[in-house]
Design a protein around this ligand. Structure first.
Ligand code: HEM
Length: 461
């Protein structure tokens, strides 16, 4: 017999809305609720009904693509006002999803990273030039500089466009507009329906921000078309000139714009957060940092300007473990949603309906007892090759699941491993303010107000 999904007593109309915080506090609140309510519970916020899932057995069940598929949850539906049918926010049945997915997949294979490597390295060197000037002089803002780096990397690797963020004091206007616009859509989902009428000014700003983002992207596309370049070496080239293998047709201009916006948004915030968390843990765990430094020193010696090759990235296995362990504790996209393809029963007893949103909360999955003891402890050894081999398949899901999982995963890992390698090779990271973790959440989770001082390493440290 089916049982009701556990939930706390709810008030009429507002449901659990009054006791439910927003932003990063919502993530922490959900993580605490799992401890009290078990691996699945229901939350009603102003008429919207959420089912949250956090335990390994249920997530394993929900990862079965014959029974479940991606669901576009309310925050992503709201973000469609920005990115429409771009890959991330497209509904499963929109034909442009499959078309764009098939056209773009080859541009994200592990092998394709060979083509981006030199550009990624060039952007890393811009950051290093900036940090060399700061070393011994003043602190650097880690999340802001990581955002500059990842934004310029996707701009240059994806679209051959230099946003020059690393040479600007203020973030590129696209980034500022994007952050405000995502904040607006997030806020809309979290407030009582109809509240927009009291937020006329913000709504106007939102429309201006979306227009600015579209104008920037149209400029990128125009510049490419005007150049007469018809190569298909980067994402934009592929989208403009590669026909869909099934229909033989090109993507239309409006969809290309939505994809470019999607890549600029999805392609930098998450990676920037992951890099920031990794630098945080490297700073706070000197033994881990020493091992990471030993790994790069063995590869590059004490040369002033290492020349990392594409093949070196696969050799930085410990740095990859550090990244993975950071993504375990704080997956920067802290969840993904699926829906039953047909009415079904989960966990052997909870009835769920076709199309209903089931939200997987990865920070909780990533602390499941299957990880062993001390799940709160940062320990890159969890990702040693031996332990990886015996880990249940669905215990680590920072990139989502199945066909709608992150297309940019190899891109993010290549970029982040390269940069972390170069940084730990070159600098001592000085925690001058004894940073205490403070996070922000707007579509992605990210540390804020995290600054470090830098010193160049000498050959004996
Ligand atoms: C989808 C995480 C980097 C582009 C996703 C999803 C997750 C995720 C969890 C699934 C969302 C869902 O099911 O609703 C991450 C993390 C990253 C990262 C943690 C970095 C550490 C990137 C990069 C790019 C990218 C670098 C592009 C260059 C996308 C796109 C989708 C996606 C386009 C939608 C795929 C589809 O539905 O077809 N990402 N991502 N991501 N990601 Fe990433």
């Amino acid at each position: 017999r089916a049982e009701a999904i556990p939930e706390r007593p709810a008030l009429p109309l507002v449901g659990h809305g009054l006791g439910t915080p927003s932003g990063a506090d919502l993530v922490f609140h959900l993580m605490k609720e799992f401890k009290k309510m078990g691996p699945v519970f229901r939350l009603r916020v102003f008429g919207t009904n959420y089912i949250y899932v956090g335990g390994l057995d249920l997530v394993t069940e929900l990862s079965d693509e014959t029974r479940f598929r991606k669901n576009t949850p309310p925050d992503q539906v709201a973000a469609r006002a920005i990115a429409e049918d771009g890959l991330f926010t497209a509904f499963n049945d929109e034909p442009n999803w499959r078309k764009a997915h098939d056209i773009l997949m080859p541009a994200f294979s592990l092998g394709a990273m060979r083509g981006y490597h030199a550009t990624m390295l060039r952007v890393c060197r811009s950051l290093i030039a900036k940090w060399d000037r700061a070393a011994g002089e003043h602190a650097v803002d880690i999340p802001e500089d990581m955002t500059r780096l990842t934004f310029d990397t996707i701009g240059q690797c994806g679209f051959g466009y230099d946003f020059e963020s690393l040479r600007r004091d203020q973030p590129h206007p696209f980034v500022a507009a994007m952050i405000r616009a995502l904040g607006y859509t997030q806020d809309k989902v979290e407030s009582m329906p109809g509240m927009e009428v009291f937020k006329r000014k913000q709504t106007e700003q939102f429309h201006q921000d979306v227009k600015l983002m579209r104008d920037v992207v149209d400029q990128v596309i125009r510049q490419r078309r005007a150049s007469g370049d018809t190569s298909t070496d980067d994402l934009l080239g592929r989208m403009l000139h590669t026909p869909d293998p099934v229909t033989g047709r090109l993507l239309d201009d409006e969809n290309i714009r939505n994809q470019v916006i999607t890549f600029l948004v999805a392609g930098h915030e998450t990676t920037s957060g992951a890099l920031t968390f990794a630098l945080y843990y490297l700073t706070k765990y000197p033994a881990v940092l020493a091992r990471a430094q030993a790994e790069v020193d063995a590869l590059w010696g004490d040369t002033d300007t290492p020349e990392p090759e594409y093949g070196d990235i696969g050799k930085l296995t410990y740095i990859r473990q550090v990244l993975n362990e950071s993504l375990r504790l704080w997956p920067t996209a802290p969840g993904f949603a699926v829906e039953p393809i047909e009415d079904t029963v989960i966990g052997g007893k909870y009835a769920v309906r076709k199309g209903e949103t089931l939200q997987v909360v990865t920070p909780t999955l990533h602390r499941d007892p299957a990880w062993g003891e001390n799940v709160e402890l940062f320990d890159p050894e969890r990702f040693s090759p031996e332990r990886e081999a015996s880990r249940p398949v669905h215990l680590f899901k920072p990139f989502g699941n199945g066909e709608r999982a992150c297309i940019g995963r190899q891109f993010a890992l290549h970029e982040a491993t390269l940069l972390l390698g170069l940084l730990v090779h070159r600098y001592r990271l000085i925690d001058h303010a004894d940073y205490q973790m403070k996070m922000k959440f707007a579509l992605t989770l990210k540390p804020v107000d995290f600054t470090l001082e830098l010193a160049r390493r000498t050959s004996d440290e």
